[in-house]
Design a protein around this ligand. Structure first.
Ligand code: NAD
Length: 460
């Protein structure tokens, strides 16, 4: 006898569990299939949460190392096993909270590996789950470069979390979010760090000014960065690894390190799902969806990293999960506007942005006006001892704000104001009229808008 559900959700990461939780609130009978022993997926178990916990330890180390600047004589050393314990404690608490919530909403958790069958239905280790709708939320996994294999010396972000030591030296391939965050972490822990990026600048998806600012800051921190560089060879040797690459100015370099961390993107997890047989088409490996997140098979949806949608971010998968749950529940939910979703990278200094970069705005035919504010002019930035920038891209002649880009302390929190400004299509004069509290870092945003409205305070 098959078990009958309204919806079977495959994958209990941020996308899958938020979809299941919302469906349950809408009165649906839901099964949540997960092959891992624990709920939470990449974000909770191997991604956002544990890595941000590591970066909190890194921030403490940075503060200790600079403590005399604030008149405190402190010194300390990282203790990797205790850092791992801290990280695991945060993860365990959140997993246990999530598990309790899923239970409280009466969602059936089915442990095992699912494959999609016609109907639709789902088979989990020989058991058939009938459903009116199926949601694919199987997520993604770190990609390696062709010919490379994971080993003691060649690792991805997954292995970095459980690695035996903090390496003394690291070469990181790829300067997207993962590469930047691990470069920052390892440098704070005292490692020699080399960052190699194929595209012409590090943080290549960010506004060009943000890339320049982070490159400057990393240089100051003693992180060697090479952009426009192509990796030729990664060879393990006794006690280490040699990474050979051609630099942007065509010189061949070999960097010797204890470890090479590969952070060149994440690929979709679809193996064994039976997509083809079920009529679910893929697009470069990711599940093809329309703007409602429906796949090419009737009553089969896809959300999160496995879906061929623009951004692989936990908050995107959560948004997609909610949208699909509500559509299954019969509500009319508009297509997600991906440019309005904030992007945040937790390296030191942090990077955050929302909306269009200057180049994207120009490409789309906007006549733009741009304001760049140096955070050094803001009192609170001097108190916390960090600089950075706020850049606003707006339609010329007082038109709406198209993008907000920031590098500096706590900008991953400050960007939420930019999110409201961009999504509500505010114009600079409206934002300039609003009063920011003093002394705060948020004055960086306020003063950038004052300047854009033609009345700068501390800037020129
Ligand atoms: P990414 O796609 O953001 O960055 C990978 C980088 O590697 C790119 O800049 C690419 O040009 C570079 N690259 C590819 N091949 C290369 C090569 N042979 N040599 C040198 N460089 C090469 O991917 P990621 O950093 O691995 O992250 C994966 C996904 O997870 C991304 O979508 C990312 O946004 C997301 N993520 C987000 C956060 C966050 O929001 N803070 C944190 C971690 C991961």
């Amino acid at each position: 006898m098959a078990d009958a559900y309204d919806v079977v959700v495959i994958g209990a990461g941020t996308g899958g569990y938020s979809c299941a939780l919302r469906l349950a609130l809408l009165g649906k009978r839901v099964a949540l299939v997960e092959r891992d022993q624990r709920l939470g997926g990449t974000c909770l178990l191997r991604g956002c949460i544990p890595t941000k916990a590591l970066l909190q330890s890194a921030a403490v180390m940075d503060t200790v190392n600079r403590s005399i600047e604030w008149g405190i004589s402190a010194s300390g050393q990282p203790d990797w096993s205790k850092i791992q314990t801290f990280q695991a404690k945060v993860v365990d608490k959140l997993v246990s909270g999530l598990t309790g919530l899923v239970k409280a909403r009466k969602i059936d958790v089915v442990n095992g590996t699912a494959s999609l069958k016609s109907g639709p239905s789902v088979e989990v280790d020989g058991r058939t789950l009938q459903a009116t709708d199926v949601v694919l939320a199987t997520g993604s996994t770190p990609r390696l470069l062709p010919g490379l294999q994971r080993s003691d010396r060649v690792i991805t972000s997954d292995e970095a979390l459980t690695y035996g030591t903090i390496p003394g030296s690291v070469v990181i391939i790829g300067a997207g979010a993962i590469g930047l965050e691990f470069a920052s972490f390892y440098r704070s822990m005292g490692a020699e760090v080399t960052l190699v990026e194929a595209l012409p600048r590090i943080a290549p998806l960010e506004d060009e000014d943000a890339s320049k600012e982070i490159a400057r800051a990393f240089r100051k921190r003693g992180i060697s960065t090479y952009a426009g560089a192509s990796v030729e060879d990664v060879t393990e040797r006794d006690g280490g690894v040699d990474v050979t690459f051609t630099t942007g100015d065509s010189k061949k370099e070999t960097t010797k390190a204890d470890v090479c961390l590969v952070a060149v993107g994440r690929g979709p997890i679809t193996e064994g799902l039976g997509l083809e047989e079920a009529g679910v088409e893929v697009d470069r490996g990711f599940v093809k969806v329309d703007d409602q997140l429906q796949t090419t098979a009737s009553h089969v949806w896809a959300i999160g990293d496995v879906a061929a949608t623009p951004l692989q971010l936990a908050h995107v998968s959560f948004t997609e999960g909610y949208a699909v749950a509500e559509r299954i529940g019969g509500e009319s939910i508009p297509a997600i506007e991906y440019t309005g979703i904030p992007r945040v990278t937790y390296c030191s200094p942090e990077i955050a942005s929302v909306g269009l970069t200057e180049a994207q705005a120009v490409d789309r035919g906007h006549e733009v006006e741009v304001e760049r504010l140096n955070l050094q002019g803001i009192g609170k930035a001097n108190i916390v001892g960090e600089g950075g920038m706020v850049k606003i891209v707006a339609e010329k002649a007082g038109g709406p704000v198209l993008g907000v880009h920031m590098v500096g302390p706590h900008v991953t929190d400050l960007i939420s104001e930019g999110m409201l400004i961009v999504n509500w299509e505010a114009v600079p004069a409206e934002v300039a009229a609003l009063i920011h509290p003093h002394p705060t870092l948020s004055e960086g945003v306020g003063e950038a808008f004052l300047a854009l409205a033609g009345k700068p305070l501390h800037g020129t």
